[in-house]
Design a binder for this molecule. Structure first.
Ligand code: NDP
Ligand code: 8X3
Length: 256
């Protein structure tokens, strides 16, 4: 196993769901946690929890990954102790709406493309050159089963996750010959704030998504991410697809 003790792990979208679980799970491995999101208050609370519960230090960045210059500046200005990022978890992302494409809202499309695709690219562009220079690093993208199969109303969200899939593959090719690793962890249904965000805060609609089945917990996904990061350096887990037992595909879900 590869030890992450005292290594800097950078997690985007750590203020909720899978990102928060990843922060806790990597802290459990003794890593130093660098985390980013727009909701700084949540990051501060998590940071205090990691210190109290696990004695782990963390550093919080209030950051909108859609803002390219802010991303570049935040990463260029990191204190020396935090600059040598060894693991990057590109997790920040969201879905907006489940409309038919010809009825879709342009604002929803922009937000998904700007966050899930362009935001991931901005962060990657700011972090990976340092990894290449140090000849050390692992990029773990959070994709989705939506990046493998399209479902009705998924159109643009699925397109962004297909893009994440292509970017993970492309990055692995471009980093060939370096010691860097690239993985993608692609979950099915995970019970987080994801559906609440998708349905613009409609809790009733969001709750229905997870009714009648045990969805994945964000901790289940974090366990897969940590598994990728703790393999020996000669092992690259390219892709993990993980779904609830009750989900056979995006559209085939057994509910009781
Ligand atoms: P949550 O809504 O619980 O968390 C999303 C996180 O992304 C939050 O921390 C949010 O932070 C952050 N985020 C969103 N937009 C931005 C932005 N512009 N800049 C910085 N951070 C941002 O959802 P999940 O934990 O479920 O989602 C995490 C990832 O997992 C996403 O990429 C999602 O597509 C993917 N995924 C989720 C699945 C699910 O069923 N839940 C299944 C498959 C994949 P803040 O709002 O504070 O900025
Ligand atoms: C999230 C899973 O099926 O809602 O990426 O698209 S799904």
């Amino acid at each position: 196993m590869y030890s992450l003790r005292d290594k800097v792990v950078f997690i985007t979208g750590a203020s909720s769901g899978i990102g928060t679980s990843c922060a806790r799970a990597f802290a459990g491995e003794g890593a130093k946690i660098l985390m980013a999101a727009r909701r700084k208050d949540r990051l501060n609370t998590l940071s205090a929890e990691l210190k109290t519960d696990l004695g782990v230090s963390s550093h919080c960045l209030q950051l909108d990954v859609r803002d390219q210059s802010a991303v570049a500046k935040a990463l260029a200005d990191l204190p020396a102790d935090w600059a040598a990022i060894e693991v990057l978890v590109n997790n920040a992302g969201l879905s907006r709406g489940l409309d038919k494409l010809h009825e879709g809202k342009l604002g929803d499309w922009e937000e998904m493309i700007d966050t899930n695709v362009k935001g991931l690219l901005y962060v990657s562009r700011a972090v990976i050159p340092g990894m290449v220079k140090r000849a050390k690093g692992h990029i773990i993208n959070i994709g989705s089963i939506a990046g493998h199969e399209v479902y009705p109303g998924g159109n643009v969200y699925c397109a962004t996750k297909f893009a994440v899939n292509a970017l993970s593959r492309g990055l692995r090719l471009d980093l060939s010959g370096t010691p860097l690793r690239v993985s993608t962890v692609d979950p099915g249904m995970v019970e987080t704030e994801f559906s609440l965000v998708r349905f613009h805060g409609d809790g009733e609609k969001a709750g229905k998504v997870y009714q009648g089945l045990t969805a994945l917990s964000p901790d289940d996904v974090a366990a897969a991410v940590v598994f990728c990061a703790t393999r020996p350096p000669h092992v690259n887990i390219s892709e993990i697809i993980v779904m609830p037992q009750a989900q056979a595909s995006p559209m085939v879900v057994h509910r009781t």
